[in-house]
Write a protein that binds this ligand. Structure first.
Ligand code: SAM
Ligand code: SF4
Length: 325
């Protein structure tokens, strides 16, 4: 069976599935006032997620990422990980989390089949972390990361959103962190969304700032794997781990786009910054995969070439918790 592809010849081996829009953190660039409950369609059940995953894995997807909102607020997370990791051809089940309950649950999730873990840690300074996320939990989040390393999870990464205030001390604390730990810390350039325009104007730091810092200190770019995300990672002979950059405003960022997204209510989003999405939910109630496959195929023909963030166009995306960043 052929891998899903779009009209620009890009093939999709990687699907991000949002499990919920709910989040318990209040990150300044995402949900500064916390999650506000809105009436909406029910979340996909574990069985519906498995059916979705089955169609995508049948068409060449080998890696799923669970995200949100905060995916770990779902009590059935272990079951979802287990169902996806058991699908034929799937070799990676990844999750992006703020890490609030990682230390308590990582053993269970690893046993269910979680292979890749990305934990969002915007600063290694507890006060700055508290200011950005609204929670004084840096130490407990980092304990969870240590436990994931003890369990030898194949791939543990930290995500840090590049913000002027968060990097006032520079990148040295993160470089020290990865001196002895096999962890990649990837800095994500702050993206402008519908809700964060003022913060963006104040806090956005171009990715080149980090690139220059790394180059001046002897870090060199590493090669990328086929199902890797858009990060460029850098290594250094004195450090076990890596530092990396995700720079959505760089020219050509979308050319190698290998990801699709499905929202927590079962809508296929063709671009993080696109509009609305194509509803798949009505086809997830049965085991008949053919109509779902056909719908996804036709939707992919209209996947846009790239986002239009540089023109200030954010599509319908008010914040990334809505679509699964
Ligand atoms: N709640 C989980 C977490 O924070 O890891 C998963 C969802 S969160 C939307 C996914 C990632 O998107 C996080 O690493 C977060 O820092 C990042 N993010 C959220 N809003 C962003 C923005 N406006 N620009 C860049 N990254 C953003
Ligand atoms: Fe929650 Fe993640 Fe958004 Fe922070 S970035 S508010 S943890 S969804």
């Amino acid at each position: 069976m052929e891998t899903f592809a779009d009209g620009f010849g890009r093939r999709f081996r990687y699907l991000r599935i949002s499990l919920t829009e709910v989040c318990n953190f209040r990150c300044v660039y995402c949900l500064p006032n916390g999650y506000q409950k809105v009436a909406g369609p029910a979340l996909m059940t574990p069985l519906e997620i498995e059916r979705l995953g089955r169609v995508f894995s049948h068409r060449g997807v080998t890696k799923f990422r669970l995200t949100g909102g905060e995916p770990t607020v779902r009590r059935d997370l272990g079951e979802i990980i287990g169902r996806l990791s058991a699908l034929p051809g799937v070799n990676k089940v990844a999750m992006t989390t703020n890490g609030w309950n990682l230390a308590r649950h990582i053993d269970e999730w690893a046993a269910a089949g979680l292979t890749n873990l990305n934990v969002s840690v915007d600063s290694l300074d507890p006060e700055v972390f508290h200011r950005i996320t609204g929670h004084n939990r840096l130490n407990s989040v980092l304990e969870g990361v240590e436990r994931a390393l003890e369990l030898a999870l194949p791939n543990v990464k930290l995500n840090a959103v590049l913000q002027r205030d968060a990097i006032s001390e520079g990148f040295a604390p993160f470089a020290d962190y990865v001196r002895t730990r096999p962890v990649a810390v990837r800095f994500i350039e702050l993206m402008r969304t519908g809700d964060n325009v003022a913060l963006f104007e104040d806090q956005h730091v171009p990715g080149d700032h980090l690139r220059q810092w790394l180059t001046e200190r002897g870090w060199s770019p590493c090669s990328r794997g086929a199902d890797d995300g858009p990060a460029i990672e850098f290594s250094h002979p004195d450090h076990v781990g890596r530092l990396g950059l995700i720079a959505p405003y760089s020219p050509g960022f979308c050319d190698s786009c290998n990801r699709l997204r499905v929202t927590a209510a079962g809508k296929l989003r063709l671009c993080l910054f696109g509009d609305d999405g194509v509803d798949l939910r009505h086809l997830l109630g049965s085991d008949d995969a053919a109509p779902l496959e056909a719908l996804i195929e036709s939707a992919l023909r209209i996947k846009p070439r790239g986002h239009r963030l540089a023109e200030g166009r954010t599509g319908n995306t008010r914040n990334l918790s809505q679509v699964g960043g």
